[in-house]
Design a protein around this ligand. Structure first.
Ligand SMILES: *Cc1c(COP(=O)(O)O)cnc(C)c1O
Length: 415
């Protein structure tokens, strides 16, 4: 027998050590990356289970492998829970990531060379919405809309671009847009030019799940999402629709179109995430995310900072950083040295290249999971400002490091 009962530590010291290091890093940093979150122990347990051993190509009760009776139950539960959350008819829970989900949507609905209209990266769009080095920009004719000078979507402008470019598909959704997206307006525009409306709700899925952001249904033909951002599940993707003709195309474009065997341990963890999202506490959690981001917006404004669009309707905002004499990369690096993790982000019409950028994207989902409330988010804004203003004063920085670590110790992670 080639199996033994040795632990990871006994088998592979190096990897075990790096995982311990990462656990400590997660414990010892204020996590403000808007696309990250902390999963529950239940999600983690499902994800680290024996389901990783199982091949299950195909879909529940139509598999290409034997022994699928239990994974069939798991995937069926994941699908029914997901449809219940978003009040839609059909779902595919197999995409390995948000980008894989989007690839499958493209493959299902448009042909190489077709025109697809999406939000530009610098305005807050995602790589898979037509960026030149992504499949979506290489194999399809990508055209873009952005935001107006105030950082808002301008639906008249989007309509104008749609009429000029006649896309076969329009994508609504973003990675760094802090305002409510009007899916009804997108539907009207899509209808005027005869395009599919594809909503990518990766960032705001948790808010939509509890009705704190308008739903893309009934307007979207197809909806994709990640499961690991505000939805707080394992790293992965999903696709939803109300149309029978579209789910058929999606199912075959996920498997066998672009993926092989589904990751059943991840699908089980998604099912647990969906169960959690259906509980009343999840709405309380999402409400707290919004309260916390409002607290930060208010405090940064009080401290004299500018914010793209002047505020936020969701779980994130982009702080304009250049007026204090740093670019996004420098600010990100500086904060990282003092226990605050976030990422640089372009601002609309950013004069700096993407790898420097003029802004910082700040999200409240992860620290809200950890128990931060208004008081702690206000403190966090003050700490960030303090670090920027005293960036050349070693003693003051040491003092703030201590304060940050003391604060974090009060909010331990359960891992
Ligand atoms: C995060 C994100 C994705 C991609 O997710 P991955 O799992 O990293 O591939 C897709 N679309 C949007 C809008 C996102 O924010």
């Amino acid at each position: 027998m080639f199996m033994n009962k040795k632990s990871l530590k006994q088998v592979d010291k190096q990897i075990a050590k790096e995982i311990t290091n990462e656990t400590n890093r997660q414990q010892n940093n204020i996590e403000l990356i808007a696309s990250e979150n902390y999963v529950s122990l239940a999600v983690l347990e499902a994800q680290g289970s024996v389901l990783t051993n199982k091949y299950a190509e195909g879909y529940p009760h139509k598999r290409y492998y034997g022994g699928c009776e239990f994974v069939d139950n798991i995937e069926s539960l994941a699908i029914s829970r997901l449809c219940k959350i978003f009040k839609c008819k059909y779902a595919n829970v197999q995409p390995h990531s948000g980008s894989s989900a989007n690839l499958a949507v493209y493959k299902a609905l448009v042909n190489p060379g077709d025109t697809v209209l999406g939000m530009s990266l610098d305005a807050g769009g995602h790589l898979s919405h037509g960026f030149r080095s992504s499949f979506s920009g290489k194999e399809y004719h990508a055209v873009f809309y952005g935001t107006d000078k105030n950082g808002y979507l301008d639906y008249n402008e989007i309509r104008k671009i749609a009429k000029q470019t006649k896309p076969k598909m329009i994508i609504a959704g973003a990675s760094a847009y802090s305002r409510t997206i009007n899916f009804k307006k997108f539907r009207e525009i899509a209808d005027e030019v005869g395009a599919y409306l594809f909503v990518d709700m990766a960032h705001i899925a948790g808010l939509i799940a509890v009705g704190l952001h308008p739903s893309p249904f009934p307007y979207a033909d197809v909806v994709s999402s990640t499961t690991h951002k505000t939805l707080r599940g394992p790293r992965g993707g999903i696709i939803l629709t109300n149309r029978e003709d579209i789910i058929k195309k999606i199912n075959s474009s996920v498997f066998p179109g672009s993926q092989g065997g589904p990751l059943m341990h991840i699908i089980a963890a998604k099912a647990v995430c969906f169960y959690e999202a259906l509980q009343p506490e999840f709405k309380i959690y999402q409400k707290q995310i919004l309260k916390n981001i409002q607290t930060m917006v208010k405090e940064f404004k009080r401290l004299g900072y500018q914010i793209v669009s002047g505020g936020s309707d969701n779980h994130l905002f982009t702080l304009i950083i250049t007026p204090i004499g740093l670019n996004g990369l420098e600010a990100e690096t500086l904060l990282h040295q003092h226990g605050i993790t976030l990422n640089k982000n372009a601002v609309p019409h950013d004069p700096l290249p993407l790898f420097k950028a003029s802004g910082l994207r700040i999200g409240s989902a992860a620290m809200t999971t950890r128990g931060f409330k208004e008081k702690e988010f206000k403190l966090t804004a003050q700490y960030i400002d303090y670090i920027f203003k005293n960036r050349n004063n070693k003693n003051k920085l040491k003092m703030i490091d201590k304060k940050i670590q003391t604060l974090l110790k009060k909010f331990p992670l359960p891992y």
